[in-house]
Structures are given as C-alpha cells and as structure tokens.
Design a binder for this molecule. Sequence first.
Ligand code: SF4
Length: 301
Amino acid sequence: MSAERWWIAEAPVTFTWDLWYACNYRCSYCWWEMGGLWETLAKQHKLLPPAEWDAVWTRIYDRCGEARIEVLGGEPLLYPKFGELLRLLSAKHRLQVTTNLSPEPAQLERLLDPLSPERVHFNASFHPQFIGLQPFLERTQVLQDRGFDPGVLFVTWPPLLPRLEEYRREFVSRGYPFSAMIFQGDWEGRTYPEAFTPAEKAMIEGVMNHPTLKSAEVRYRLDRDAVIGKLCHAGRVYANVKANGDVYRCGQDAFGRRPMGNLFDPGFELLDAPKPCPYRQCSCLEFKYLDELLQAPQAAA
Ligand code: SF4
C-alpha cells in the first residue's frame, strides 16, 4: 500500500469499529440521536485499558496481517486513554479516525505527538449545530500543521443544505478534501434521501468526489438502487465491529441479525468467499465491497 493517501486505496482487510457510544454533541441528524438510542447502546460498550484492546487487535494482525481500522463512535477522541490506544494500535494497523474534532487545539496537539500520518488518518466531521466554522478550522489547522492530511465530512441534513457550497469552498480553498455524507432519516414529515428534490440531488452530486466510486455512490447511496442478490465481499475483506466486540458482515447486517462472530473470541475468522447480498439497499459506502466494484473499480469511476 502506498504511503501517500493510503486511506483512499483499498486495503486487503478493513474493519469499521464503533469504539463506544458516547458523544459530547447531539446532532439532530445522527442515527443514534434520531433513534433515541444513546442510552441503550451505551450499555453495550466496553471501557477497556488500551493494552486489552491491543491484545484483541494483535490477534487480528496475527491472523489477517495489517488491516485498516476505521475508528468510529460516538466520539472516539473522548474515549478514556484514546491517545495511548491510537499509539498502540497504529504500530500494527493503519487507523482512520472519524471525529467531531471538538477537543481544544492544545489537547489535539498532545494527542498527535506520538502519532505518524503514515499510520493514522483523520476524517473531521463538521457539525455546525455545535461548532462554528472558525474554531473548527483552528483544529483542522493543527492536524495540517503536523503533516496529517484531514478530510472534512458534512451531513446533507436539509436545514444545512443552503450552506453546502459555501462550506465546501471554505474547506477546499484551504486544501481539505470535502465529502458529503448523505442524510438518511426523516425531516418535516419526509423521508430522505428519497425526498431530496432534483435540484438538491444535483447540488449533492456536485460535492460527491470519491476518486473511484462517484457514480456508484450516486447510484446506491443517493438513488438507492437495489443491491439484493448481488455478490458481495463484505464479511470476507471487510467487517463491521460493534463496541461489545460483535462482528457483522456489514452495517446493514447489524440491524437485527446474528453477528458472524466476536472479536474477543480467539477463533474469530472472516468469511473465505463472497456471498450474495440479502438486503434491498446498502447504507454508507459499504456497497464498495460488491463484487462488481471490487473486481472492476475503474468501471465505477
Ligand atoms: S451490498 Fe451492502 S448491504 Fe449487501 S452485503 Fe454488501 S455491504 Fe451488506
């Protein structure tokens, strides 16, 4: 894997990991917030010393080699001893952390001190309900000054859409890749993304900029094309880990299905072959593990 922009190239094995279910923000468009799920989910998460998580992920390293771990939450940076956890895990795996970047700049600097941009990448989610543009930019600047190359994420919640282009310009002019996360949920009695108007869809399409997946993103994420029956490598080269260690083939599988295993089980293994997708629609960017995209990524550009 090239050291340059390694977080964009597909890794041999990728895990998304809900580290825990706690956050200092309560964004109106957050899945956990819309579902009133914070309290229920928080009963599942484990507050473990970094060395215990390191032992679990070292076992994955011994079995699968270096993986890319996409660390999610809740807000990962607020997890106890998160800096130490990042330092330990990044010695074996490459980490991509999605964060609201809420800690003060001085705290961020301390967190970054022992980390290398070769091993850790940050996706900074801009949540204007809870932080202004200027304080957010101060924090992304800390990352940039230290050689990290953060991307900025923004949720296309209908009340925020009128400022989408203005925000995109602000970030791109400072050298930050800017990506839209498609809002999925209800707003003023309508269900999105289906309820976006053609003009809103065009605006969102205009900021979709995944280097290889843009047309697939429009098809599966915005237009919600069906994936049922298509061969998918989720579970083989990718899995979704919950905060209690349960592992699912993908995020869609986590809604009411039995996990394929648990990270704390020493015998845990990924699937050895792709399987057909049992779901009508695919959330997030996980459709990229469809056989049609993984086998011929150039066809999706
Ligand atoms: S296409 Fe999406 S929903 Fe279906 S198995 Fe693959 S990742 Fe899961």
